[in-house]
Design a protein around this ligand. Structure first.
Ligand code: SDX
Length: 427
């Protein structure tokens, strides 16, 4: 029997249908709230508001559960390749060998970027942040691949391949240009992640050999970042796409939203914070105290806290374990790893963090691994974007297939009420 939620306001009672998802999440359907009651809801930051129904990713913040299309993140990180997970997120099922071969070959054959796009690169200052370059170049793809909306046949799958194939190339070009190094071309004889690493680190003056430890660590990190239901950047991609804007413009907007230090930009902030703590003598308790007095110090422990996880972020648990493993395999001894562990220990024994259920999130340890892999700090959030791209694409595709209406939230107006205009000569 369908349940209803009863609301009594201004002496009248109203019923609203409730619904329950496959993982037993419950919602009130308030699609007709304003028509029925004249009221809207107010929910700053949408902390309690479901924007859509989705079959892509399930996460349980209390239990610390994360699943892509029903597969646990732990299983996928241990057993799948990033492109397999990309296919799963976008098309809903793990690919057969034949489906994967077609998907992977299409991507391999579209990694080149139109040479005219290099002129856009040349317009940026060499010290431009790679996230700004990435967002601009992905948006520019709409100009280079204009067979978008309104074309006779559905070209979405072609654009999906182009995005997955070309984003790593664009990302590495912004890095190499910043170094003044020649920008490398992709190679069709390399798999996805080795191709990225070769474009990032190879130089024309010597051979570059991909370290399998690095490639495997990157595979795990990209899988862990691949989707996360209706987070800030994904909601941005959906909102922009809901106006029928093309996929490149929607993804470009998502990249911009991810850049923020409260979101994907936190992984860069974490390393900079850990470096500051190291330079300041490594006294983690001083920084825990500063974070506890955030209202006066304005200091936040980046990499801690999460809108949904009120338990350990399952991705952080995997990354923390991988950090020890990867650094020892690579023979890297990074003092900030010990500082990070000390900071985590101090915070998780402090009531301020425990009472607010602030645990390490995906960004807390990821930068330590990226750094050990040779990825520079200003590329950390670009790595997050490369990982999140399949999730953004999957969510955009689902939004379009579900024919979601254009997103247009309401507000409570608190400004001046109607008043007469006073000509400037009288002001
Ligand atoms: C990502 O949504 C997603 O799924 C995002 C993401 C994904 O995969 O897409 O998981 C990726 O963005 C991870 C989060 C990365 N951001 C950071 O690490 C930045 C530091 N964390 C915070 O800024 C904060 O925790 C947020 C933004 C992540 C969540 O903020 P909320 O849910 O709005 O919580 P809040 O800001 O209202 O904080 C609640 C309380 C406040 O204290 P009081 O007002 O109750 O006194 O906790 C405090 C906050 O001051 N608090 C922190 C803190 N985070 C929250 N205090 C110190 N250090 C922190 N990091």
């Amino acid at each position: 029997m369908a349940n209803t939620a009863e609301l009594t306001v201004d002496g009248k009672s109203y019923s609203f249908p409730t619904l329950e998802g496959t993982e037993h999440e419950k919602a009130f359907d308030i699609s007709n709230l304003r028509d029925q009651t004249g009221y809207v809801t107010l929910d700053r930051g949408y902390k309690n508001t479901g924007a859509t129904k989705s079959a892509i990713t399930f996460l349980d913040g209390e239990q610390g559960i994360l699943q892509y299309r029903g597969y646990s993140i732990e299983d996928l990180a241990a057993k799948a390749s990033f492109l397999e997970v990309a296919y799963l997120l976008i098309y809903g099922e793990l690919p057969t060998q034949e489906q994967f071969a077609t998907f992977e070959t299409s991507i391999r054959r579209h990694t080149l970027v139109n040479e005219d796009m290099r002129k856009i690169f040349d317009g940026f200052p060499v010290n431009a942040h790679p996230m700004g370059v990435l967002s601009s170049l992905v948006s520019a793809m709409s100009a280079f691949y204009p067979d978008l909306e309104g074309s006779k046949e559905d070209t979405t799958d072609q654009h999906i391949i182009r995005l997955l194939a070309k984003m790593p190339t664009i990302a590495t070009w912004s890095y190499k240009r910043g170094l003044g190094h020649p920008m490398n071309y992709p190679k069709n004889n390399l798999d996805y992640i080795p191709n990225f690493l070769n474009m990032m680190f190879s130089l024309p003056v010597e051979d570059y050999k991909v370290d399998p430890v690095v490639a495997e660590a990157l595979n795990v990190l990209l899988i862990l970042h691949a989707d996360h239901e209706q987070n800030c950047s994904t909601s941005t991609v959906r909102l922009v796409g809901s106006s029928q804007a093309n996929i490149y413009s929607s993804i470009s907007a998502g990249i911009s939203a991810l850049w923020g230090p409260l979101h994907g930009g936190a992984n860069q902030e974490v390393i900079e914070m850990l470096e500051d703590i190291k330079a300041d003598g490594g006294d983690v308790s001083k920084y825990v105290d500063m974070a506890k007095n955030a209202k006066t110090t304005g200091f936040r422990l980046f990499g801690f806290g999460h809108r949904v996880y009120k338990n350990f972020d399952p991705r952080a648990r995997i990354i923390k374990k991988a950090a020890d493993d990867v650094l020892s395999k690579l023979g890297v001894n990074d003092p900030v790893l010990e500082i990070a562990k000390g900071l985590e220990e101090a915070a998780l024994h402090d009531d301020y963090f425990v009472s607010r259920k602030l645990y390490p999130n995906v960004d807390f340890y990821s930068g330590i691994i990226y750094r050990a892999l040779g990825i520079p700090t200003n590329m950390f959030t670009v790595m997050f974007a490369i990982g999140r791209l399949p999730g953004w694409i999957a969510q955009w595709k689902e939004m379009r297939e579900q024919k979601e209406p254009i997103g247009r939230p309401r507000q409570i107006y608190t400004g001046a009420t109607l008043r007469e205009f006073v000509p400037i000569e009288k002001r």
